[in-house]
Design a protein around this ligand. Structure first.
Ligand code: PLP
Length: 233
């Protein structure tokens, strides 16, 4: 029996407990399995275990995997890593959702590609909630303007916000970043009702998703807890 079955079950139990504690329904929380650095074979095992949404952080790596596995009905691919505008066209082709839109320029490129492809792409706006240099996303102060701009971009459907807080040993320390994203979502939605679609909050990773769920996460992005430790070479 593949290990992922057990890991998936553990993650589901953690989600259930966190949702219960927060007084939320598990049905409000979507799990995206972050398969970056893991081979297509690992994704196949995950699909067999019942996972259906996969997240990658590099366009090229995702393309290899998607081609290797072929398009499977009901399986979604999400981009969660930084996207350069010169790869927007390829990304628009490959992905079912992009979590890492961080500028109007990128949104325009993506939208243009989607119009050519005749598709509407759900996207999230990545917000830089911390000062950390390595973290991507648009400055919180620029979000309002980008949201207003994206409303006019054909081919995209803005569905919410995403963030990656700094890494803390103690997941409780990530809480203020999650809470900041929720408050930003709420203030944007109250100003422009409907402009963030379902108002998704993509936040929470393997070690801190319980806290993110407590703060209102509707999409959690979980790699290590499902696939094991990543090996970089
Ligand atoms: C790698 C990655 C994740 C998953 O991280 P884990 O700690 O392995 O769960 C989530 N979100 C983004 C943006 C990532 O790059």
């Amino acid at each position: 029996v593949s290990d992922i079955i057990h890991k998936f079950r553990d993650v589901q139990e953690r989600i259930s407990r966190a949702a219960e504690k927060a007084g939320r329904s598990v049905g409000e929380i979507t799990l995206v399995a972050i398969s970056k650095t893991f081979p297509g074979r690992a994704v196949e095992e995950a699909i067999a275990a019942g996972l259906c949404r996969f997240g990658e952080n590099r366009v090229q790596e995702a393309e290899l995997k998607i081609n290797q596995l072929g398009r499977c009905p009901g399986i979604e691919w999400h981009l969660v890593g930084h996207l350069q505008t010169n790869k927007a066209k390829k990304a628009a082709e490959l992905f079912d959702c992009i979590h890492s839109v961080d500028s109007l320029k990128l949104a325009n490129k993506l939208g243009q590609a989607c119009v050519e492809l005749g598709k509407t792409l759900p996207v999230l706006l990545e917000v830089k909630t911390s000062e950390e240099q390595s973290k991507g996303g648009a400055d919180p102060g620029a979000i309002q303007t980008i949201v207003e701009g994206i409303r006019a971009v054909e081919g995209l459907r803005l569905e919410g916000l995403m963030t990656v807080p700094p890494y803390f040993e103690d997941p409780e320390r990530a809480r203020p970043y999650f809470s900041a994203l929720r408050q930003l979502r709420n203030s944007i939605v109250s100003e422009y009702p409907g402009c963030l679609g379902k108002g998704h909050l993509s936040m929470g990773m393997s070690h801190d998703f319980e806290v993110a769920i407590d703060e209102g996460a509707t999409i959690i992005r979980v790699g290590t807890a499902l696939f094991g430790e990543r090996q970089y070479d």
